[in-house]
Design a protein around this ligand. Structure first.
Ligand code: SOE
Length: 399
């Protein structure tokens, strides 16, 4: 750790600079403007494979230095924390190398592409933690103020005994069968499709809000468009086909639908899809208990619907809480009531919490063990879907 303006600082090195890299860069750049931090992040270096694109990204995102080799980035003496924003197939190798080098790690979700990789990462994180090195997986939606408020209400018992969890994550960016075969549609890069990309978020959120891990699942998955044009360059969401391109097989799911159980008795349904025409980024979750309910929709992310079932029935009913008050989670750092936050703020809150955990010498949440637990649910979903929707328990061994 170094110091700047009288505060201790921590040098951040980030690997990857596309969509998630931009979101993380914005968070590293902004967090100290909004919050009093015990440690201030310094954007020391950015790594990526292609020199010209890397330099352009570093210029726009305001990174001080660049490296085309992530191993060199990890070895830099001014990098104390490694932020991994690359496709899932690379997470395990980079994260384990960084942890072994004594660097804290923030890793994008899903933690890995397979349970085996996630187990190795969780084991490396546990060993590093014993040496004071911290790690966190980027389930950023936990840091949406309305969802953090929902968590608070559930933990306080305002919903009573939980009965139902109803979670959906709906997008539509591959409805067009001519949309090209980008890396997110290839198992060797992405691990799975809507399941790992979107389903991972709602599984993590459901487990976070309920406060328990799922015990088992029954699932269906579907790939509606089985071949797509090969992209000119396989780079992220926005790659464009040129119309004459040869086709290749889609090796991941377009959609996943599953039910699950929680040990406390609640039953759950989950739907993750990239072909829900008209739904852009609709992450919705509703939880019903015997004392009340909450409902959330990411497309209205400053609002939480809450129903208190203990109120007189004549006036009870869902009411909208505008989650912009200074005593709502994370709002102390932002604007006056009613001014609203966006998608980008969840990433700012994520790095704010990580700075506090590092300063306080504790492991942040969600940990790599939490990421491994989600990975086990994803594997159980795929196993169930491949076996006629058979009920499939989720195992919970410690890493
Ligand atoms: C693309 O489907 C994506 O960017 C996901 O990868 C993110 O995790 C989600 O936040 C938004 O959609």
């Amino acid at each position: 750790m170094d110091s700047q303006h009288g505060s201790p600082t921590i040098g951040v090195g980030m690997v990857g600079y596309a969509f998630m890299g931009r979101a993380h860069s914005h968070a590293w750049r902004t967090v100290a403007c909004a919050f009093d931090l015990p440690i201030r992040p310094v954007m020391a270096a950015l790594a990526g494979r292609e020199r010209a694109a890397l330099d352009e990204a570093a210029r726009r995102q305001l990174w001080a230095a660049t490296d085309t080799d992530w191993r060199a980035l990890i070895a830099r003496p001014d990098v104390h924390l490694v932020d991994i924003c690359t496709p899932g197939s690379t997470h395990a190798e980079i994260a384990i190398a960084a942890l072994e080098a004594g660097k804290h790690v923030l890793c994008e979700k899903p933690l890995a592409n397979t349970v085996e990789e996630a187990e190795a990462m969780a084991a490396a994180a546990a060993a590093a933690s014993r040496r004071g090195v911290r790690s966190m997986v980027g389930f950023s939606y936990r840091r949406t103020p309305a969802l953090a408020l929902a968590r608070r209400l559930i933990a306080e018992g305002r919903l009573g005994n939980l009965r139902h969890v109803r979670a959906q994550y709906l997008q539509d960016w591959i409805v067009d069968p001519e949309y090209p075969l980008v890396w997110r549609l290839q198992r060797e890069h992405a691990g799975s499709g809507a399941l790992g990309d979107l389903g991972a978020h709602i599984v993590d959120l459901a487990q976070y809000l309920v406060g328990e891990p799922l015990t088992g699942v029954s699932a269906l998955t579907e790939t509606f468009v089985r071949e797509r044009p090969l992209p000119a360059a396989s780079s992220g969401l926005a790659a464009v086909a040129d119309g004459t391109a040869p086709r290749g097989p889609v090796t991941v799911d377009d959609a996943a639908l599953f039910t699950g159980r929680f040990p406390g008795g609640a039953i759950a349904s989950f739907e993750a899809t990239r072909v829900a025409a008209g739904r852009k980024n609709a992450l919705r979750i509703e939880i019903n208990g015997d004392r009340g309910s909450i409902a959330f929709d990411l497309e209205r992310l400053n609002e939480l619907d809450f129903h208190d079932h203990t109120e007189a029935s004549a006036t009870a009913g869902f009411r909208r809480i505008l989650v912009t008050e200074p005593d709502h989670p994370y709002l102390e750092g932002w604007w006056p009531p009613g001014h609203g936050l966006g998608y980008d703020h969840t990433f700012v809150h994520q790095v704010r919490d990580l700075m506090h955990a590092i300063d306080e010498g504790r492991d942040p949440e969600p940990s790599f063990a939490d990421g491994l637990q989600v990975q086990r649910v994803l594997a159980a979903v795929e196993h169930s879907a491949a076996n006629g929707s058979a009920w499939t328990p989720v195992t919970h061994e410690e890493p």
